[in-house]
Design a protein around this ligand. Structure first.
Ligand code: SF4
Ligand code: SF4
Length: 427
């Protein structure tokens, strides 16, 4: 297992301390998907760091140009792990986005959508369920088919966005809140499972597969009732206070019980759970508990590889290319665990060029920066297609949705799956 703590700097770190580690060597440039796509310094990590410090020191206006280049950043951290000087790019980016959220006036529609999405929908499973049901009605009632057939979506310029929206499930994972799933055979551990926001309405089978793989491997799974969305989307958009509120709710819901680990099947959520300690370091009530929480947070791949999996019932006869999720490889340092698990169930692994380069999903990036996201995806699909896999495996629901679009765009027949779904089929 190849694990390092999430690369979050303490929030009291001086901005100059973070910035001054950059020696402008440019070794990060080729790792940056937006720089590869555009070739402009302002859209490279080095250029963004330069702009961030200029704004912080009042030499550059916090205006349209700065916001454009920061908005174009995926937050994928491909640059952070490439940097030989240890520049904590993720921390710099979070601060820049917080500054933008607090000081920059976006057009009224964008402002309203931000507030509605980040402050209302994501902060309540009830409101999320209501919106998911509305989307499901649109998808299943014939409205979507009609909008596609009449060309209305293309006319409105939202056909690509429609493609990206995941099929909403009939039942949601919220019905599992408060349940305990007993271990099969001798009990080897006890974990709390974070069910996630989007995963709970559009990847219910993945959550079930996660519970099944854990219980088959002797782990008792609790789904704590009062948990909430992890706060990742708010954190990455610069709404740090909203992310802190979510963190406090999850700490209250999951700490204080004898869990060996707090587990998630989404790389983006996992990296945020591991950031709670840094996020709440100045909170006198929650600071210490946040450290305890972060110490227990585990990605499901990392957890299963650490406990050692039981022998599967059947072998997976398939050529699989594992594509690292940025928030697992670059933010959490977990690279070998998913590959190890796939090999354990018999997969033939085919590593493509740049397996850990961002696919362009990046939370809501593929929605709000759709054109750039598709450019990045097309490059990525070229790497993936070069190894002719039967299955593209990944460890994050956002990446799964993006790869499904990539497969359609490239007219491939390849299946896209989460590592855990493949493990589930082997048990
Ligand atoms: S961020 Fe790191 S790799 Fe990039 S230019 Fe600065 S020192 Fe070099
Ligand atoms: S986080 Fe990703 S997109 Fe942003 S500067 Fe770094 S490599 Fe480029």
């Amino acid at each position: 297992m190849n694990t390092v703590p999430v690369a979050a700097e303490p929030r009291h770190s001086n901005l100059w301390d973070l910035y001054s580690r950059c020696v402008h060597c440019g070794l990060c440039l080729d790792q940056c998907p937006t720089y590869r796509a555009l070739g402009t310094e302002m859209d490279s990590p080095r250029g963004r760091i330069y702009q961030i410090i200029q704004v912080a020191e009042g030499r550059l206006a916090l205006g349209d140009s700065f916001v454009t280049h920061i908005d174009r950043c995926l937050g994928c951290l491909n640059c952070q792990t490439a940097c030989p000087s240890g520049v904590a790019y993720g921390s710099l980016l979070e601060r820049a986005r917080e500054q933008i959220a607090e000081n920059y006036q976006r057009p009224w529609l964008a402002t309203w959508l931000h507030k509605h999405f980040y402050a209302d929908i994501l902060t309540s499973f009830g409101r999320l369920a209501w919106h998911a049901k509305s989307l499901r009605f649109y998808q299943r009632s014939g409205l979507r088919a009609l909008a596609r057939a009449t060309g209305l979506l293309k006319l409105m310029g939202v056909a690509e966005l429609d493609e990206l929206s995941p099929p909403i499930d009939s039942k949601f994972s919220f019905s599992d809140l408060g349940k305990v799933f007993p271990a099969e055979g001798e009990r080897r551990g006890r974990v709390a499972l974070l069910i996630g926001c989007i995963a709970s309405v559009a990847f219910v089978e993945l959550n079930r597969a996660t519970i099944r793989v854990l219980t088959k491997n002797g782990i008792e799974v609790h789904v704590p009732e009062r948990q909430s969305c992890c706060g990742a989307l708010q954190l990455h958009a610069g709404y740090l206070d909203l992310a802190r509120a979510q963190a406090r709710r999850n700490i209250d819901a999951m700490l204080g019980q004898p869990f060996d680990a707090i587990v998630t099947n989404a790389a983006g959520c996992g990296s945020t759970l591991k950031e709670y300690a840094a996020l709440l370091e100045e909170d006198s009530t929650y600071g210490e508990r946040a450290c305890e929480f972060t110490a227990k947070a585990r990605d499901i791949n990392e957890y299963l590889a650490a406990i050692g999996m039981r022998e599967p019932n059947r072998t997976l006869h398939a050529r699989v290319t594992y594509q690292d999720s940025c928030h697992l490889a670059h933010a959490q340092g977990v690279r070998s665990a998913p590959r190890q698990l796939l090999r354990h169930v018999g997969a033939e692994l085919a590593d493509s060029p740049r397996p850990d380069s961002c696919c362009g999903s990046a939370g809501v990036y593929n929605v709000v920066q759709n054109e750039m996201s598709m450019k990045i995806l097309d490059e990525k699909m070229g790497f993936v297609a070069s190894v002719d896999p039967d299955i593209i495996a990944t460890a994050n629901v956002g990446c799964m949705l993006q790869f499904r679009v990539g497969v359609r765009r490239k007219k491939m027949q390849t299946r896209v799956a989460h590592v855990i779904e493949l493990l589930n089929e082997a048990y």
